[in-house]
Each structure stands twice: as structure tokens, then as C-alpha cells.
Design a protein around this ligand. Structure first.
Ligand SMILES: [Zn+2]
Ligand SMILES: [Zn+2]
Length: 362
């Protein structure tokens, strides 16, 4: 049995949906009843993602729905209760389960049926349509509850539900072959250090770009063969530096922008070889121009821009195999529940390396 209390730990926000939101740790947050088709989940760990800040601030133009005050979209724990209509042969109380950024998709629209279910026309997102993983007892539709492999622990699984899956899909979107050169913007960050590992596992030559020595260490540990520190290399010199580090001198086959920094997008086109691909993953605040280059650069070189939004269930299953096989590993720092507000503030300002994970039991 998994105990289901009336109230639980949570870090809800006041002024949800505005830049003035604040989150506070509470021990008395109501535990909801799972609705039709939903699982009530008891989380052990919750990853803290920069998107949590944007979702709660609403500065992507995608704020929380009325009544949603817990952000967060990456968690791991166990099924605590089945909602009406959930098949007890499929889910049992105590089953290990992960929560990703998606809560539900229709399974019927054009995008659900062409392999892009995360942009389903009727989707509901965690922390947008329903409360997220900043409460220890969130709900998730059973169709998007993710099974966690036996040999993967919850502290790894929680952040992987967003950063690992997203990194896998982003790496796939680069369309690269072993030996190809890939630039990863934000290579020392939560998503970027996972992109770097997937690229390394697939045999790519990774040039990590990020800020400062702490991020350099994380990026190099993740498998970046080269690292460019933007505090030491000027923007105008990045194209020449990247060409030097690509074996044939032509530049990168793909630039994966895993940073939410507008400058990363501005610099990306200039680092590519002809027919290069920009994979857009990081999301700066609304109002940033993508690929801030002269359109002639894009046209003459046949450059493509591909956006990817988190990860499908098929990709998540593939990505989890890399994790279970030990080919990739989240660089996790576990922090106690009481440090939720300070941790989110640091992550929002890109001051952390790797991934911070909240332990609900500490
Ligand atoms: Zn995330
Ligand atoms: Zn759909």
C-alpha cells in the first residue's frame, strides 16, 4: 500500500502566471482525488527545470490555467491511487512511475498520427493545464504515465523525464552521422549536458559552448571533445573557432541550442556548414528572434531550422534504454525540500550546472 494523506508537501506559487510570482514550501497542501483516467502519484523526487520558471512567470505566453499553482514537469515516484476508469491490470498501486511535461494527447489529430504527439492540437501539459510536480501528490493521465526501468533510481529518473527525453529527441533531430561535428549551446546546463552525452554515445564530435569553468567541467565530463567559453571567446570569433574544431574546417553539421539565451540563437547560423541544421530546444522569453542572421546566410547555405518540444512516448522509451544501459547519466545534485524556492531562483538565472533534484523525503 501507498499511504494517501489528506495534505502533503508542495511548493505552490502566489501570483501564478506573473513575473512577480513567489513559491513557498508548505506541509499542508491538499492532496487531490484522481479524476477519470488519472493516476494519483506519490513523488519521491522532482527535477527543477528552467522551464518551471517560464511556465509560472507566463513569459512564453503559456501560463498556468486558473487554479494551477504548482509548476514542475519532471518527477518520479509510485502510483498512490487509481482514478475511475483506469485498468487495474495496467496500473497497480505502488508501480513506479515518471511524470513528463505532457499530461494527455488526443491520439486522433494530424500531429498525434504523424509522430509529433507532443504538439497535439488538443494536448494538456503538466504545470499548464494541471498542477505539476511541485506538489508531492500530482495527478497524471494514465496514458502519459511513464514506466521507470528497474535499474534506474528515482533521483535519475525524475530529471530525465524532461531533460533526458528532450535531449534524446533533440539529438535525433540533428540527423547526424558518427564523426559529424555538433555544437551544443548550453552544454553545461540541465538539458545541454544530456544532449552532449547522447551525442557522445552516438559518436559525434561535440563542441560545447557555455559560460564559465563550472559549466566547462560538466560539459567535458558529459563528453564534449571541445569547449568554448563565451566569457573568453567573443561572439564574432565563434564561427572561426568552430570551423577550426571541425575536422574538415567547414563548421558544424548541426547546432543544438539547449540554452534559453537569445544570443545562442543569434550566433547559431554562423557556426554551420552548408546544409547544416539548427535544432531549437531552449526557449528564451517571448520576443526573441530565432536565428539572428542575414537571411542570405540561411538561403545560400540551405540551412534548416527544426524545433523540438520535449519528447514523445516512443522516444522516451528509447531514451530510457540509454539511461538503463549506463550510456548516459544525469549530473544530479539532490537538495532537500526546504531549498525549493532558492533552487528555482538559481535555476531561473542559469546559475546552476547539471540538474538540481528535490528530495521530498528530506
Ligand atoms: Zn523541463
Ligand atoms: Zn492529438
Amino acid at each position: 500500500m501507498v499511504d494517501v494523506p489528506k495534505v502533503c508537501r508542495a511548493a505552490p506559487a502566489t501570483n501564478a502566471g506573473s513575473m512577480n510570482y513567489t513559491i513557498t514550501c508548505r506541509e499542508d497542501y491538499p492532496v487531490p482525488e484522481p479524476k477519470e483516467g488519472e493516476l494519483l502519484v506519490k513523488l519521491n523526487f522532482c527535477g527543477v527545470c528552467q522551464s518551471d520558471h517560464h511556465m509560472m512567470a507566463g513569459d512564453w505566453g503559456l501560463g498556468p490555467a486558473p487554479g494551477v499553482d504548482c509548476t514542475g514537469h519532471e518527477g518520479a515516484g509510485v502510483v498512490a491511487k487509481l482514478g475511475p476508469g483506469v485498468d487495474p491490470a495496467k496500473w497497480k498501486i505502488g508501480d513506479r512511475v515518471g511524470i513528463t511535461p505532457v499530461n494527455w494527447t488526443c491520439g486522433e489529430c494530424e500531429f498525434c498520427n504523424n509522430g509529433h504527439e507532443t504538439i497535439c492540437l488538443k494536448k494538456s501539459y503538466i504545470a499548464n493545464a494541471v498542477n505539476g510536480t511541485y506538489t508531492q501528490y500530482p495527478t497524471v493521465h494514465e496514458s502519459w504515465a511513464i514506466r521507470i526501468p528497474d535499474n534506474v533510481d528515482d533521483a535519475q529518473a525524475a530529471p530525465f523525464m524532461c531533460s533526458g527525453g528532450t535531449a534524446y529527441t533533440a539529438t535525433k533531430a540533428a540527423g547526424a552521422k558518427p564523426g559529424d561535428t555538433i555544437v551544443v549551446f548550453g552544454a553545461g546546463g540541465g538539458v545541454g549536458h544530456m544532449v552532449t552525452q547522447f551525442c557522445k554515445a552516438d559518436g559525434f564530435n561535440v563542441i560545447g559552448i557555455d559560460v564559465g569553468d563550472a559549466k566547462r567541467k560538466v560539459a567535458e565530463h558529459a563528453g564534449a571533445a571541445h569547449f568554448l567559453d563565451v566569457t573568453k571567446v567573443a561572439d564574432k570569433d565563434l564561427p572561426a573557432e568552430v570551423r577550426k574544431l571541425s575536422p574538415d574546417g567547414l563548421g558544424a553539421h548541426a547546432v543544438i541550442v539547449a540554452a534559453g539565451n537569445p544570443k545562442a540563437y543569434a550566433n547559431a547560423p554562423g557556426l554551420l556548414r552548408p546544409l547544416g541544421v539548427i535544432v531549437a530546444v531552449g526557449i528564451p522569453a517571448a520576443g526573441t528572434a530565432i536565428a539572428g542572421a542575414d537571411p542570405a546566410l540561411v538561403t545560400f547555405a540551405g540551412i534548416q531550422i527544426r524545433g523540438i518540444l520535449v519528447t514523445s512516448r516512443v522516444d522516451m522509451a528509447d531514451a530510457l534504454r540509454y539511461l538503463a544501459d549506463g550510456k548516459v547519466k544525469e549530473n544530479v545534485e539532490v537538495v532537500p525540500f526546504a531549498e525549493f524556492p532558492a533552487t528555482l531562483a538559481a535555476v531561473a538565472e542559469s546559475k546552476t550546472s547539471g540538474r538540481k533534484v528535490i528530495d521530498y523525503s528530506k
